[in-house]
Design a protein around this ligand. Structure first.
Ligand code: GLU
Length: 510
């Protein structure tokens, strides 16, 4: 087969916020397209007006832009196959519906929802197919004149594909291999509804993939059951030669590993399942997003890239460009990918470490302001962040790690007091104050070189003294290297905090 230009599409239905699994589908399409110098199309599949949600399309565009998944063509991008919104392509579909009707590959059916319901009650496992269509109200069983008359009178009807039984249907999937089924198990799916003059998903999807010269259909596993019908539609149109290659991506599984990841898992376990915060216009409910939770887009990309694909090595950190180079459908797994949210946090941690202290300081500024801390010298702030950044997975965690640099402790951790504040501590800290006051260079190493030998010389318990010192300065026994802290807050403030602690810490007698 001659090489076709790679053209892929991301084809969401605007029925709500884009789920994180949908983001992964978009990402894999993007990686595949860019690797092959191909095109990535954004097509909006909005033929189901019942399920249309205002704002969903804009949300999808904004989310993918945030993540750096770019389109070459499509809604909002333009292109030579426009329009890319299916609701604007009604006329086009009608023509192809007629083609199938004319070729006898489809037929018109008048059965009302009530009639179909009655059949389902009457016949166990009823499906509209070769075995049952002969007893239904359609253009195969009714005289042509009657069919015409009903249409002329405006009776609603649907167009169904006429599936020939006993045919072998092969879906040759790039991830799953060959999946063969017998056409007898398929039903005569509705392709078009006269009521709204709109095609169903199946018809619009196939017609558009054909017209837009899509070469590869990369989509979620939930669409695999539709694939045999899609193959038959290509056959019915006589488009087998240009049928796209299919690749069905594995499901995203719950963190526990059993069952499909759902929005409820996110609510239950406290992690976002949407890229951006989403305000549902129907329920008024707000769902958290990766962006608002403090994720870096590059961390989300890296995390998602590895949920269903692996590079074949132990390496885990990949930029978008590296992913474009390394990605392959052959290395996508057939089995579901467990959604390991902790791993997502780990990626964010890793990507935060790549940021310069100055950049993190800028990102942290709004949080500082929210805590009424203003006027901190930029260089000093960067230095503080450099001391603690390896402890954080989100920028907002910087506050917890650094607040004592800006605000003197107002209370002291009781457990630490109990453990480290001995009867002799105040007197020793008074000596420490005298010692510190005599030091000219208050740099970390210089102070350390004075204080540590002093404690040793005096024969004091190193752990107790240093921890009491820390308790006085930080409010608890944690934080970066003690003398790095005192360098930043300075001599005066260090001494002031020691004095306050001596005055205020009253250990309980035990
Ligand atoms: N509109 C479908 C969806 O919402 C597209 C499925 C496909 O990619 O064929 O996912």
């Amino acid at each position: 087969m001659s090489e076709r230009k790679v053209r892929v599409r991301f084809a969401p239905s605007p029925t709500g916020a884009l789920h994180i699994g949908g983001v992964r589908t978009a990402l894999y399409n993007y990686l595949f397209a860019k690797q092959h110098g191909g095109d990535m199309i954004l097509r909006i599949e909005d033929t189901d007006s019942q399920r249309f949600v205002p704002g969903a399309e804009a949300y999808i565009v904004e989310a993918l832009e945030w993540l750096g998944i770019k389109f070459d063509e499509g809604v909002g991008y333009g292109g030579s196959f426009a329009p890319y919104r299916q609701s604007e392509r009604k006329e086009i579909y009608r023509k192809y519906v007629d083609q199938l009707l004319d070729n006898g590959k489809a037929y018109i059916a008048f059965d009302t929802p009530e009639e179909l319901e009655a059949k389902r009650k009457e016949v166990a496992n009823f499906q509209y197919d070769a075995a049952t269509r002969g007893s239904m109200r359609n253009s195969l069983t009714m005289p042509a004149a009657e069919v015409e008359a009903l249409i002329a009178q405006g009776h609603p009807y649907v167009v169904r594909i006429k599936i020939e039984p006993g045919e072998e249907v092969v879906v040759d999937d790039l991830i799953r291999g060959k999946v063969t089924i017998n056409s007898s198990v398929l039903d005569d799916k509705v392709l078009y509804k006269s009521a709204d003059n709109l095609p169903t998903y199946h018809l619009a999807n196939i017609v558009d993939d054909h017209l837009m010269e899509v070469s590869h259909v990369i989509r979620g596993e939930e669409w695999l059951p539709s694939a045999p019908l899609h193959v038959l539609l290509y056959r019915a149109f006589g488009w087998e030669d240009t049928m796209p290659r299919f690749a069905h991506l594995p499901l995203l599984l719950k963190p526990e590993g059993n069952g499909k990841l759902s929005k409820r898992d996110g609510d239950r376990l406290g992690f976002p399942v949407f890229p951006l915060e989403w305000h549902d216009p129907k329920t008024g409910e707000t769902s958290s997003g990766y962006r608002e939770t403090g994720y870096l887009p590059e961390a989300v990309i890296n995390f998602l890239a590895l949920l269903g694909w692996n590079p074949g090595t132990d390496e885990e950190i990949f930029s978008m460009d590296e992913l474009i180079r390394l990605f392959s459908l052959e290395r996508c797994s057939k089995s579901g990918a467990r959604f390991d949210y902790e791993k997502g946090k780990w990626f964010n941690h890793k990507y935060l470490q790549k940021k310069s202290d100055e950049e993190l300081a800028r990102m942290f500024a709004p949080e500082l302001a929210a805590h009424s801390v203003t006027g901190v010298d930029a260089g000093k702030l960067a230095k503080i962040i450099g001391l603690v950044k390896e402890r954080i997975s989100f920028v907002k965690e910087l506050w917890e790690q650094t607040s004592f640099f800006f605000i003197a402790p107002e209370s002291y951790n009781p457990k630490d007091v109990k453990k480290r504040w001995k009867p002799e501590t105040p007197a020793i800290l008074e000596e420490l104050i005298a010692l510190l006051e005599g030091i000219g260079d208050f740099g970390s190493a210089a102070v350390e070189a004075v204080v540590i030998p002093y404690i040793e010389q005096k024969g004091y318990h190193m752990g107790n003294v240093m921890n009491a010192f820390r308790l006085a300065v930080v409010g608890e026994c944690r934080g970066p290297h003690m003398f790095d802290i005192t360098e930043i807050i300075g001599k005066e403030e260090t001494v002031r905090r020691l004095r306050t602690a001596i005055e205020n810490i009253k250990p309980e007698n035990d």
